[in-house]
Design a protein around this ligand. Structure first.
Ligand code: GLC
Length: 554
């Protein structure tokens, strides 16, 4: 075993779990989740097999963008608790073998941030140049409105400042000017501050916008990627284990640049392209879009990693599909206008989209955990939570965690009718979908996902290995292998509701060989020419494993 195969590169096969402190567990009955409540759930998360928690923003904020509009980068929202509560939580998580990363949202501040208030007040403010100002919105400036339901421009005129300022997101989120070295220093200071409190890195918000510098004298502007290299270098010097997990929703070949030529920029990136192709494949019950997307995904530098996911906290974006493809996914999984958002995404969780079909839902999570990369779960996925479309916009999928069948879902003792984001009703309510009921049931989705986290951790082939798809004549079959050292995992998923007989071949098997079932108890035998057949139920899935030499890798 090489030294690099140890847990130093912990992100290569982590199980990441994203949650919002506000909606996870409320310890004092005020209707808002808090760090004390979260600390009480750390053992639950460890038992689920989570190895890294990603916390959504918990900083002081006016809450226009659910905390992604920050008014103090060095504080904690009093509703979430105190610094004491925060440090206790991080310490408890680490004690149970879990690392913690948090959102680093430094493309912009809230307009309530003292820096912006000072900047707009006077042209001589020391913070004036911390934001991006213009007398007129420049014609050659950045394009593309992120929230077209609320905004019509990326520029807002400020009466006090008597200039326009740039805002990539809501107008109450002015963009910071990263061409200013003082801003870049402050970003490093923020990252240094939180990592000194025991964190293992950051999920970096909106990276392409963050590093973008405005038009002007190109020679005078810093290299945008140098900024990422600087932050990564700084963090690595302070904390060797710290990662930068970047949100970069761009075509794969452009994403490759964000890892850096030498793997010295982002440590990890979410695979938005693979995720979108997966939904197209699910809608068509045809594996080809996913085979193409994962096949074309550039390999990450050796110490870097792709993050795979089924659902995140935002709209399920389908922006990189063609208009016709997007309409196919809308028709299959979100046909009603109220299920869609910004003409590009869906505001639903997976189980309602799949009609609650247990076999289909399980197949998708089996697929997620078997794809090459590091899986990222969004809270509640392990019990199959649904959305509440009565809650506006993207918040429909950010309703409180459902722990028990009680009216407050075990999330809070407050009157549930007073919650800002009420629970889903009917089939998806806490009464029918909750942790307590599922943890005791070996047949539940929770037990299934808990099994997947264990098996994923036991198969370094998936996080560390190389990927190849296996040709199969049956269009609905996604078959692939991941190879690492002398071991291989072969994973086969039937995306169709109909049973199939999948004819497959392993070219490296030149003698009869046993494949050992990872999720079940069967053994499959490969013929001397490498061929074998798998009979799969509708939405059936198998993970098979072997070691060159033929022994069970266990
Ligand atoms: C990212 C976040 C999103 C937020 C936006 C602005 O895209 O995922 O939730 O609204 O950045 O910070």
């Amino acid at each position: 075993m090489r030294i690099t195969d140890t847990s130093d590169l912990w992100w290569k096969n982590a199980v990441i779990y994203c949650l919002d402190v506000e909606t996870f567990a409320d310890s004092d009955g005020d209707g808002h989740g808090d760090f004390q409540g979260l600390s009480q759930r750390v053992d639950y998360l460890a038992d689920l097999g989570v190895t890294c928690l990603w916390l959504m923003p918990f900083y002081p904020s006016p809450g226009v963008d659910d905390g992604y509009d920050i008014s103090d980068f060095y504080g904690i929202d009093p509703k979430a608790g105190t610094f004491g509560d925060f440090v206790e939580f991080v310490r408890t998580a680490r004690d149970r073998g879990m690392r913690v990363i948090v959102d680093l949202v430094v493309n912009h501040t809230s307009d309530q941030h003292p820096w912006f208030q000072s900047a707009r007040a006077s042209k001589t403010s020391p913070y004036r140049d911390w934001y991006v100002w213009a007398d007129e919105p420049p014609a050659d400036g950045p394009q593309g409105i992120t929230f077209p339901d609320k905004e019509v421009s990326l520029w807002e005129y400020d009466d006090k400042a008597r200039q326009f300022y740039l805002h990539r997101f809501y107008k109450s989120q002015p963009d910071l000017n990263v061409a200013n070295p003082k801003v870049r220093d402050e970003i490093a200071k923020i990252a240094g501050f939180w990592s000194a409190l025991g964190l293992s890195g950051f999920r970096v918000d909106a990276v392409p916008f963050l590093i973008e510098t405005m038009t002007g004298d190109a020679d005078a502007l810093p290299d945008p990627h140098q900024h990422l290299r600087d932050v990564r270098g700084f963090l690595s010097r302070r904390h060797g284990e710290a990662v930068l997990l970047g949100e970069v929703n761009l075509p794969h070949e452009q994403q490759r640049e964000f890892f850096g030529d030498d793997g010295d920029e982002l440590t990890m990136q979410f695979d938005f392209i693979g995720m979108q192709a997966m939904y197209l494949s699910l809608a068509r019950q045809d594996a080809s879009p996913l085979i193409r997307a994962i096949g074309e995904r550039p390999s990450s530098p050796p110490d870097s990693q792709w993050g795979t996911f089924v659902r995140n906290h935002d709209e399920l974006t389908l922006d990189k599909l063609t208009i016709a493809e997007r309409q196919e996914v809308f028709a299959a999984f979100g046909p009603k206008p109220e299920m869609q958002l910004y003409d590009r995404g869906l505001r639903r969780r997976l189980p309602p989209m799949l009609g609650g079909d247990p076999a289909w839902i399980r197949m998708v999570y089996s697929l997620l955990f078997s794809l090459p990369g590091t899986p990222v779960l969004f809270y509640g996925e392990e019990i199959g939570m649904g959305e509440n479309l009565d809650v506006p916009g993207r918040l429909a999928v950010r309703t409180p965690m459902q722990w028990t069948a009680e009216p407050g879902g075990g999330f809070t003792t407050a009157d549930p009718s007073t919650l800002d984001r009420p629970f889903p009703k009917g089939r998806w309510s806490p009464k029918n979908v909750n942790v307590a009921g599922q943890r005791r049931d070996p047949e539940s989705l929770h037990s299934f996902i808990r099994g997947l986290t264990r098996r994923y951790r036991e198969c370094p082939e998936l996080g560390w290995g190389t990927f190849a798809s296996l040709p199969c004549e049956t269009a609905s079959v996604f078959a692939h292998r991941c190879d690492w050292e002398d071991r291989s995992v072969v994973a086969v998923h039937n995306l169709s509701s109909e049973p199939v007989s999948a004819q497959l071949r392993l070219d490296d098997c030149t003698k009869r060989q046993h494949l050992y079932d990872v999720l079940g108890t069967e053994t499959t035998t490969v013929a001397a020419d490498g061929s074998f057949t798998l009979e799969l139920e509708g939405y059936g899935h198998r993970w098979l494993r072997y070691r060159s030499g033929g022994t069970d890798p266990v």
